[in-house]
Design a protein. Structure first.
Length: 232
């Protein structure tokens, strides 16, 4: 009854071609089953979300205003159903383009994230329809601002009260003693006049939509300011 415990018997079984090929066949069957299952799952996902497509994503954080280098991006395969509109398919399509928004590592690089091809520097960061003007930045009267901040441009002219000559202007560049902001064309003329005939300073704002008009609109639409309901 201890037949399988005998060294000779175990040795003969180990050398048996039948046992060997039986084991090989079982392993091959198991491998084929696993591969078939994976292929079936991949086909199911492809049918549901579409085939895999190349998408350019940021390989590391990129600051607003930086020109994309090939090392800043990489290509990943994404199911077609998840490819966002405006995505790029190849690194060459974005290399050298300027980011107009900060890019987060792993996020897709979209057309709206980049300046038009051929624009670089401050010109690449200007919103459509705006002009860049540079104002002196006196540390004692100008708050510390960074690229991407939003400011109001204030003018002081002789004999006149302080005027807001540009509102909600985006900061597009910061120098050691100057700040460049994007203003509307009509505001650019007022800023130029104030620089020539008075003094100009910047007031940091919470961001777009924080101006007086926007505040009035929010107050007007607030439930607390609505007319009271009529009572019987």
């Amino acid at each position: 009854m201890r037949l399988f415990g005998l060294p000779g018997r175990r040795s003969r079984l180990a050398r048996s071609p039948f046992v060997f090929w039986l084991g090989v066949g079982g392993l091959a069957f198991l491998t084929a089953s696993v591969v078939a299952g994976a292929i079936g799952q991949a086909r199911s996902l492809s049918a549901r979300y579409g085939p895999l497509e190349p998408v350019v994503v940021a390989s590391r954080p990129v600051e607003r205003g930086a020109a994309l280098a090939p090392a800043d991006v990489t290509v990943e395969l994404v199911p077609g159903g998840f490819v966002p509109r405006g995505a790029f398919r190849a690194v060459d399509a974005v290399a050298g383009r300027t980011a107009v928004v900060p890019l987060v590592e792993g996020s897709p690089v979209l057309a709206g994230h980049l300046a038009p091809d051929g624009l670089s520097g401050v010109a690449a960061l200007l919103p459509v329809g705006t002009r860049a003007v540079t104002v002196p930045a006196d540390g004692s009267s100008t708050p510390k601002v960074d690229r991407g901040d939003v400011v109001d441009v204030l003018a002081t002219l002789d004999g006149q009260p302080v005027l807001a000559i540009a509102v909600e202007a985006a900061v597009v560049d910061v120098g050691e003693d100057s700040v460049t902001v994007a203003v509307r064309p009509e505001e650019a003329k007022s800023v130029a006049y104030a620089l020539a005939n008075g003094s100009v300073t910047l007031a940091l704002t919470p961001g777009p939509g924080s101006g007086p008009a926007a505040q009035r609109n929010r107050v007007a639409s607030s439930p607390s300011t609505a007319a009271p309901a009529a009572t019987r």
